[in-house]
Each structure stands twice: as structure tokens, then as C-alpha cells.
Ligand binder design. Structure first.
Ligand SMILES: *Cc1c(COP(=O)(O)O)cnc(C)c1O
Length: 387
């Protein structure tokens, strides 16, 4: 067998980290549901909350291989992964620099919890390295970024951030959920800790809640020390489902990504749409950075409907594409940030962040692009004629 680092992506997805069925020679990994394992004097005691049951331990190898890191851990949700990773490195008096555009749950974790523990933080609305540099203090411990970001698909220069952080001995973390390991591998660009909501592309079928962290053995071991105290491990049944999902990760995400490019180009030509945000388009302000650091441009995009088309009515008129709060499933979904994820902000705060009422975030699935285009066109027609 080839060293798993040299395997192709589809081979890694299907085979790396399989649990061998030594008893019956079945083709797929058996599930080990046991919460109790013999103590045979070895150093490693197996227990679900130690993240080391056979299914957990083996799936981590697949995730590490996908992100080009030495090791990984899987969690019961993206937020369990993110919170365990952050608290593993922080203590009272430390300082974190984080982008304001991060996922809402991450924003709330910091805004609601950090002060209680005496942890300082600076939110930055910038994706400019100079602005990050000006925020670094002697007690800065972590720089945390998310790129592409939600919902406007902003791009931050990953290499520039990791270089800056290294020069100041600061740990870097990235939420790589939107890109997935297929489209972007931040560890290859110098990022220390790569985070995923596996509820999204890794799960991919909108039926699993899970999270993942990929990093060096040393960093993973430090995260593990904290994670076993927080207890956010994933049940082995779900680990198994996640393994099954990951077998098609490359096939799914490639198909979705290809569709997203077709949809982005189409939407740019639609006269009822005033603007399209997709890092793969030349019109995207950070297209050049995206080209440098992403293998492909991902399957998330956003677009703005003209002012005469109501965003909610438009979405209710869609027949195939489902309005949905989550993202990254095989099925195409939309959400209007102004009325949902960003509804608690005032209109001015939303506009400051570039979120207009007609903005639609579009998670592109694997359906045939012609059917998606037709659905959007009929929904626009219907919204305009029934006003
Ligand atoms: C969904 C999501 C999360 C949180 O993941 P959960 O699995 O819901 O805990 C974090 N970051 C991004 C970018 C997400 O989309």
C-alpha cells in the first residue's frame, strides 16, 4: 500500500482510516459501540470521551490526510471543535484577534463566554494583514480567521496571516468549513489549526451533526487535554455515518463546486440580479488571492436581487431549491441573511457589513445546473407578476 500521504484524493476519501473487519472480512468498517474496553496495562485507555474508540481513532486519520496534517480529532458539532480548540490554548489574561465576519456561533462564543474567563479579544472587520498587525499585543495568543466568509464570500490572505502570526509567535486558527478540505488546505499555507463544522460538507447530506480539528500531533495533543474535560465526543454510530459520507467528499464537493461556477456566471448575466459574490468570478475583489490559495472556489455564493423583488417571496416561490438555515448538503438551499442570520442587527449595522435586504446566500448542490437556473427564473417571474 502506498503511504497515505501520496494517495489520490478519492482513494483517501474511500480508504484512509478504514477499520478492518478482521473477523468476517466485510468491505466496510464495522462499528464498535462499546463504551467499555479491557484495561490491559497499556498506556492508552479506550473510552468514548477520550476520543479513541476504534471508529473515532481511525476516522481521524482520514481527516488528517485530507487536510495534510499529522493528526485530527472529531467532535459532536463544529462548535464543540471550535470551543475546545480555543480554550485549549487560552487562559485568563490572554488576547485573541478574530474576524467579525466569523460564523455567528463563533462570534457568540467569544462575546458571551470570554469575558467571564478574563480573556481579551479584538474583533476586526478587516481582511487586511496590516490591520491584524496593528491589533497584535504582547498577550495575543490566537489569530482566528474564516475564509471564504459568510455570507459575502470575503477572502483573507491565509499565507500573509500565518506569516504575520509566526513572526509574533501567535497560534493561527481557521474555520475551513466553507471551502472544505477539497477546495482549500490551510495547513499547507502555514496555518496551525484547521477547524470544520462537519455538519456541512464533510457530512454533506444534511443529516449529521459533527465537527473536526486538524493540526500537528503536538497541537492536537494539547487540544485533546482540554477536549476530554469538555466532553464533546461524537457517538460511534455517527462517526461511522461520517466515514460513509467522507467516502464521497471529493466527488460531491467537486460536483457542487462545478455547479457553483456555472450558477455564478449565469447569475451575473441575469438582469434581475444586481450583484453576485463568488470568489471564482473575476469581478470578485479578492479573486487573485482566492486563485492563489484555493484549489477550486467552493460551492457557496451569494447574490443580490434587484430592489423590486422581495427576498422572502422569491424564496417561497422556488420549487426545487429549498430555503434552509444550514448549508453544504447535496440539495441546493438558500437563506436570506437580512431576515435570518443577521436579523438581530439594525438595518444600519447590516448595511455597514454589506448585507442588503435582497441578499440571498446560495449553497449549490449537485442537481443539474439547468434545473437550478430554471427554478430561479420561474421564481423571479412569479415574484414579479404576483406583486
Ligand atoms: C455551521 C458552522 C459552524 C458551526 O458548526 P455546528 O456543527 O453547527 O456546531 C461553524 N462554522 C461555520 C462556517 C459553519 O457554517
Amino acid at each position: 500500500m502506498k503511504d497515505s500521504k501520496k494517495r489520490g484524493l478519492n482513494t483517501i476519501c474511500v480508504h484512509t482510516g478504514e477499520v478492518e473487519d478482521t473477523q468476517f472480512k466485510g468491505a466496510v468498517s464495522p462499528i464498535f459501540m462499546s463504551t467499555s474496553y479491557a484495561f490491559d496495562g497499556v498506556e492508552e485507555k479506550r473510552y468514548p470521551r477520550y476520543f479513541n474508540t476504534p471508529n473515532q481513532a481511525m476516522l481521524c486519520k482520514k481527516i488528517a490526510a485530507l487536510e495534510h496534517t499529522e493528526d485530527a480529532l472529531i467532535f459532536s458539532s463544529g462548535m464543540a471543535a471550535i470551543s475546545s480548540a480555543m480554550f485549549a490554548f487560552l487562559k485568563s489574561g490572554d488576547h485573541v484577534i478574530i474576524q467579525q465576519v466569523v460564523y455567528g456561533g463563533t462570534f457568540h462564543l467569544i462575546a458571551a463566554e470570554f469575558e467571564k474567563y478574563g480573556i481579551e479579544y479584538s474583533f476586526t472587520s478587516s481582511d487586511n494583514v496590516k490591520d491584524f498587525k496593528s491589533l497584535i499585543k504582547t498577550n495575543t495568543k490566537i489569530v482566528y480567521i474564516e475564509t471564504p466568509s459568510n455570507p459575502l464570500l470575503g477572502i483573507t490572505d491565509i499565507r500573509a496571516i500565518s506569516n504575520l502570526a509566526k513572526a509574533h509567535k501567535v497560534i493561527t486558527m481557521i474555520d475551513n468549513t466553507f471551502a472544505s478540505p477539497i477546495n482549500q488546505n490551510p495547513a499547507l499555507l502555514g496555518i496551525d489549526i484547521v477547524l470544520h463544522s462537519a455538519t456541512k460538507y464533510m457530512g454533506g447530506h444534511s443529516d449529521i451533526s459533527a465537527g473536526a480539528v486538524a493540526a500537528s500531533k503536538e497541537h492536537i495533543s494539547q487540544i485533546w487535554n482540554t477536549a476530554i474535560n469538555f466532553g464533546g465526543n461524537l457517538s460511534d454510530q455517527t462517526v461511522w455515518l461520517l466515514e460513509r459520507s467522507l467516502k464521497t467528499l471529493n466527488l460531491r464537493v467537486k460536483a457542487q463546486t462545478k455547479n457553483a461556477m456555472i450558477m455564478a456566471k449565469y447569475l451575473e448575466t441575469n438582469k434581475d440580479i444586481s450583484r453576485v459574490y463568488y470568489p471564482g468570478l473575476e469581478s470578485h475583489p479578492q479573486h487573485e488571492i482566492a486563485k492563489k490559495q484555493m484549489k477550486y472556489f467552493g460551492a457557496m455564493l451569494s447574490f443580490e436581487l434587484n430592489d423590486d423583488i422581495d427576498a422572502l417571496t422569491f424564496q417561497n416561490n422556488l420549487r426545487l431549491i429549498k430555503p434552509s438555515m444550514s448549508l453544504a448538503g447535496l440539495e441546493s438551499t438558500t437563506v436570506s441573511p437580512a431576515q435570518t442570520t443577521h436579523a438581530l442587527l439594525s438595518e444600519n449595522e447590516r448595511l455597514e457589513r454589506g448585507i442588503r435586504d435582497g441578499l440571498i446566500r446560495f449553497s449549490v448542490g449537485i442537481e443539474d445546473a439547468e434545473d437550478l437556473i430554471e427554478d430561479i427564473e420561474q421564481a423571479i417571474r412569479k415574484t414579479l407578476t404576483t406583486k
